[in-house]
Design a protein around this ligand. Structure first.
Ligand code: SAH
Ligand code: DHB
Ligand code: MG
Length: 221
């Protein structure tokens, strides 16, 4: 089925997204730099861009930059005075991302913080960072529950939290899985099951990235 999903994503992209030289150039630079091809897909990137615009977001926090593909999608969504803060552990990924974001003409509104995301998040909470309107979590899946908990301290009622890769070919329902990513994702579901401050869902997706899905959460008033 995977080939068919790819073909449908290609059709959607051709009809609804059109050519995007900056994002294509970013993917080429990522490949040249040896980054893994695990960016969000083009239709997913547009979805994230639309989420930010639907929220009227001015400030977006991203956990997991890679080459900045999703970062660019968010940065484009923000109006005057907008800002994306994106957290990345790998200095090489951050360097490639910086090049891609600058080449897309978005350098002025994107701040990349290099280091373990949990440390950057704790520093931001301690430093009294202004609340973010949207948080996108897409880094090491083992830490997803900790990232959402931290995101709650960096948002306000009405902010949204989106988490990538919460279905993993359906493996998420395998309680006995020996895969750390699956167990980390299950810890996220367990945490959200008892988190009264968020209204949540998860939506399964298929496409060029296979069978996976997004968690969507709204911070309640
Ligand atoms: N959001 C990107 C893809 C991110 S891939 C896009 O769609 O374009 C996941 C990224 O998270 C990788 O670059 C990886 O180096 C980074 N990462 C992994 N563990 C991390 C950690 N503990 N802290 C911060 N970043 C981490
Ligand atoms: C992986 C990570 C991702 O963020 C993703 O979207 C797809 C795959 C991975 O680490 O395998
Ligand atoms: Mg992902």
């Amino acid at each position: 089925m995977a080939e068919f999903w790819q073909a449908v994503d290609d059709y959607v992209s051709e009809r609804l997204l059109g050519p995007d030289p900056a994002l294509s150039a970013a993917l080429e630079a990522n490949a040249a730099g040896g980054l893994p091809p695990i960016d969000v897909s083009a239709p997913q990137g547009r979805m994230l861009n639309l989420f930010a615009r639907m929220l009227g977001a001015r400030r977006v926090l991203e956990v997991g930059t890679l080459g900045g593909y999703s970062t660019i999608c968010f940065a484009r969504a923000l109006g005057e005075g907008g800002k994306v803060v994106t957290l990345e552990i790998d200095p090489h990924h951050a360097k490639v991302a910086r090049g891609n974001i600058d080449a897309a003409g978005l350098g002025g509104i994107v701040e990349i913080r290099v280091g373990p995301a949990i440390d950057s998040l704790k520093a931001m909470i301690a430093g009294g960072e202004q609340p973010f309107d949207l948080v996108f979590i897409d880094a090491d899946k083992q830490s997803n529950a900790d990232y959402v908990r931290a995101a709650l301290s960096l948002t306000r009622p009405g902010s949204a939290i989106v988490v990538d890769n919460v279905i993993r070919d359906g493996k998420v329902i395998d309680a006995a899985s020996s895969d750390g990513m699956v167990q980390g994702t299950r810890r996220l579901y367990d945490y959200l099951h008892g988190e009264a401050r968020l209204d949540c869902t998860a939506v399964q997706t298929v496409g060029s990235k296979g069978w996976d899905g997004f968690m969507l959460a709204l911070v309640k008033g």
